[in-house]
Design a binder for this molecule. Structure first.
Ligand code: GLU
Ligand code: MG
Length: 452
């Protein structure tokens, strides 16, 4: 970060402050997401924003080693009390949080005090992967689908906020004002909402937003979740994005939609491959599909994730792909005839919202890039619920420990993410496995429920 860049940031912050002051903003929340998928924050009053933009705000590097219960593991690259990082707000992504009157938000990039990106900064890793694909002529559009469950009151017990049937209009009617406030707050924050609806599980709703570049999509995932949380509180509700809210039933997914582009064309459509995939689109998909067991250590990172990732719950518990198959870990979506060139995309279903969205995209893009590099092809698609095929389709890992072993053995991910990341992810996952050792599913769900 040179002097010119700091000056540019100071100037940008001054301009932003005028806009924020006019919107009655008093302070700005600067967030980053830790290895456990918890969004952490520091905040600055408006008059301090310009300094924060140019010089950053201090934050300990220890958060990379936090577990979901705020205990700390000591990894080789993170975990001690010593050291300091600087959080630099990305002012291009600044948003006014109408659900938190007086507040604005910006995602932060973490640098060291010498102005070098922190090797464990997940937002930087995602941006780096975007850059690596761009160097090969590719870009990616992505979005996270957000599912959440709303509970009545502030208690730790889960009390569903609606009683109507799954996907039922009754559930919309019961909470119509709440859902409208979610849409309004997101629209005011500049998030293009595409759809909102009641989901299957008790008290569960879902929102979809427009695709964006990968870093923007991860930022949006954070903004959407924190906005829903705030709106919920205003309505006397508590929102949870945890993978499994109750031990039984259906969980909250954090599905990722992805399309690969080159020269303005969507490579997921218009090709000679299966269902119109181009050779590039297929290779990208194949690289991801082949690495799903390893990617789960990033995309389904919690012990509770494996209470969700089970067959016949639409969570995508099998290592296969299929056209519009909601039990396949990779669902291929073509969209309707006539809009396929825009709409076709891959949906990775096996991930959940305990995942750090930046780390998920960094890892998935690296896997896709590896597929492109070796010109991978997809196996036969699966067009039924894979559980009915009597073992001919491989299930994904059924525990965090198994996913972690695959992750640690994956050379492509290690190379792309770097040793500090792999080592710290492993230390945090092992810490959480130990934390829940011997705990029954009800306890795992209850102790995870209000962390996300
Ligand atoms: N709630 C399901 C999950 O755990 C997903 C339902 C859907 O297909 O949207 O991922
Ligand atoms: Mg859903």
């Amino acid at each position: 970060m040179d002097r010119q860049e700091r000056e540019r940031r100071t100037e940008a912050a001054r301009k932003a402050c005028e806009r924020l002051a006019a919107a009655d903003v008093t302070a700005v929340a600067l967030t980053w997401v830790d290895t456990s998928g918890v969004t952490r924050v520091k905040a600055v009053p408006l008059p301090r924003l310009a300094h924060a933009a140019a010089w950053g705000v201090g934050a300990s590097p220890v958060f990379d080693a936090f577990l979901l219960d705020d205990s700390i593991v000591s990894g080789r690259f993170a975990g001690g009390p010593v050291g300091d990082l600087r959080l630099y707000p990305d002012l291009d992504r600044l948003a006014v949080l109408t659900a938190l009157p007086g507040w604005a938000w910006a995602p932060a990039d973490r640098y060291d005090q010498d102005g070098e990106p922190h090797p464990l900064d997940a937002r930087h890793l995602a941006r780096r992967e975007v850059g690596r694909l761009a160097a090969e002529g590719f870009s990616v559009r992505a979005s996270f689908e957000v599912e959440w469950a709303a509970s009545v009151g502030g208690g730790d017990e889960f009390v569903p906020a609606c009683a109507g049937p799954a996907y039922g209009m009754t559930r919309l009617t019961e909470r119509s004002g709440y859902l409208l406030d979610v849409v309004r707050a997101l629209t005011a924050a500049g998030v293009p909402v595409e759809q909102i609806h009641p989901e299957y599980a008790a008290g569960q709703y879902e929102i979809s937003v427009a695709a964006d570049d990968p870093v923007g999509a991860a930022d949006t995932a954070v903004l959407v979740r924190e906005t829903i949380r705030a709106v919920s509180l205003h309505h006397g509700l508590r929102a949870t994005f945890a993978p499994k809210v109750l031990a039984d039933g259906v969980g909250n997914g954090g599905h990722v939609h992805l399309s690969l582009w080159r020269d303005g064309a969507n490579l997921m459509a218009g090709g000679d491959g299966p269902y119109g995939l181009t050779a590039f689109g297929e290779a990208f998909a194949a690289g991801i599909l082949a690495r799903l067991p390893a990617l789960l250590a990033v995309g389904a990172p919690s012990v509770a994730s494996y209470l969700r990732l089970i067959p016949s719950h639409w969570a995508g518990a099998f290592a296969c792909w299929g056209l519009e198959n909601r039990e396949a870990a990779m669902r291929f979506v073509t969209g309707s005839a006539g809009e396929r060139s825009v709409a076709a995309n891959l949906e990775i279903k096996c991930f959940d919202a305990a995942a750090n969205p930046y780390l998920v995209l960094a890892a998935v893009l690296a896997a896709g890039r590896a597929g492109l590099a070796d010109g991978g092809t997809l196996p036969e698609p699966v067009s039924v619920d894979p559980v009915t095929l009597g073992g001919s389709v491989t299930p994904l890992p059924s525990s965090l420990g198994v996913a972690l072993a695959a992750f640690e053995a994956d050379g492509v991910l290690k190379e792309a993410l770097g040793e500090p990341v792999v080592d710290t992810v492993a230390a945090v996952r092992r810490g959480e496995i130990a934390l829940f050792e011997g705990a029954p599913p009800e306890e795992i769900a209850a102790r995870t429920r209000w962390k996300y």
